[in-house]
Design a protein around this ligand. Structure first.
Ligand SMILES: Nc1ncnc2c1ncn2[C@@H]1O[C@H](COP(=O)(O)OP(=O)(O)OP(=O)(O)O)[C@@H](O)[C@H]1O
Length: 350
């Protein structure tokens, strides 16, 4: 649905400063009907990237296609037309304070010259969809943040877009309202088959509704893939720092002291086994113990859920010789589970 190829964006130098290389070497492919999240810290280039999709920012070089249309070569009139199929919602809602809820949602349709009766027929079901039918004659100042964002969503959907861009749409909302808005977006994605691209600095948002995620740093995409894979096996340290607070892959501090990066006298290897999908419930641990006669001392375990699929980690100390430990790791891998040596457990009184 959306393909970004080799995108670079450099903002010209301002006030004697150096030019800012906001985006470099970006390649992304977003499938139809996907909820695609872009996460990164402040200044990573998220907004710039999102705004290249509808050409609110034109890339310095590279190609942007949306639904088969190359956006970078369109004339101004063609671009206006193409943008009808790309809705956008914003952190601060961007509503007109002098217009009612109904009239805010109707605005893009009025601008497109739609007849009044047809505007009514389009707007009313949208107000139902976002749960604001009873607020149709209220003004933005009379609404909560969550309600304002619902108006923003209805307005973005008014021109029946194929793509919805969400620029930190929940950042100004409290956690409970954030969850409600994310559920609404997820519902709209499923019901309307709408492709959603959202940017956020909150990993919980990605975990809640995204199918795929790209992690940005310094204007580059440092890691991307299905949310489940990235959460289960984050490779880049920045990705780990996002994922670790919501997926507890670590080990308790009390045991960390016993962990050494190198083997020592009387030490045992400590393994982290990751269980994903339906394998999360497979009794692999007992199979290892039985088949290899290897005792595993469980340090820490956790089962979480990502995108409805179970994901578990188990940190174990293997109480056996290296040959048995190697055999255990091979057996774990044969079962398509992840395994890595975290370190070596020194005897408790080292
Ligand atoms: N119009 C502009 N002119 C010059 N530099 C800009 C402009 N817009 C953004 N930048 C710079 O480009 C870089 C990326 O900015 P961008 O807003 O895309 O990051 P972001 O990840 O969305 O950050 P935030 O989460 O704070 O919104 C930053 O260094 C920013 O200062």
């Amino acid at each position: 649905m959306i393909t970004l190829t080799n995108i670079h964006k450099t903002y010209a130098a301002r006030g004697g400063g150096a030019p800012v290389h906001a985006l470099a070497d970006i390649d992304l492919s977003i499938g139809r009907g996907e909820v695609f999240g872009i996460i990164g810290r402040s200044g990573a280039g998220k907004s710039t990237l999102l705004r290249t999709v509808n050409l609110l920012e034109s890339p310095t070089s590279g190609s942007v296609t949306v639904d088969g249309v190359e956006m970078t070569t369109l004339s101004a009139a063609e671009l206006r037309q193409a943008r009808h199929s790309i809705g956008m919602i914003f952190q601060h809602f961007n509503l007109l304070s002098s217009r009612t809820v109904f009239d805010n949602v109707a605005l893009p349709l009025e601008l497109a010259g739609m007849a009044k009766a047809e505007i009514g027929r389009t707007v009313e079901p949208l107000l139902d969809l976002v749960g604001l039918a009873d607020k149709r004659n209220r003004y933005p100042a009379e609404l909560s943040g969550g309600q304002k964002q619902r108006v923003g969503i209805a307005r973005a959907l008014a021109s029946k877009p194929k793509v919805l861009l969400s620029d930190e749409a929940t950042s100004a909302l409290d956690p409970e309202t954030t969850t409600q808005i994310l559920h609404l977006l997820g519902d709209i994605n499923r019901r309307l088959g709408l492709t959603i691209v959202l940017i956020t600095h909150e990993i919980a948002v990605i975990k809640e509704i995204c199918h795929k995620v790209a992690v940005m740093e310094g204007g580059r995409v440092i890691e991307q893939g299905p949310v489940f894979d990235i959460f289960a096996h984050p490779r880049h340290p920045t990705t780990r720092s996002f994922v670790d607070p919501v997926i507890n892959r670590g080990i308790p501090d009390s045991l960390r002291d016993r962990l050494s990066p190198r083997p020592g006298a009387g030490s045992n290897p400590v393994l982290r086994i990751t269980f994903t999908g339906e394998k999360a419930t497979t009794p692999v641990i007992s199979a290892i113990s039985r088949q290899l006669n290897l005792d595993l001392n469980i340090w820490h375990g956790q089962i979480d859920e990502i995108q409805g699929a179970p994901f578990g980690t188990l940190v174990v100390e293997a109480l056996g010789d290296q040959a048995k430990v190697d055999a255990a790791m091979a057996l774990v891998k044969e079962n398509n589970l992840g395994v890595e040596v975290l370190g070596h457990a020194l005897p408790a009184n080292h």
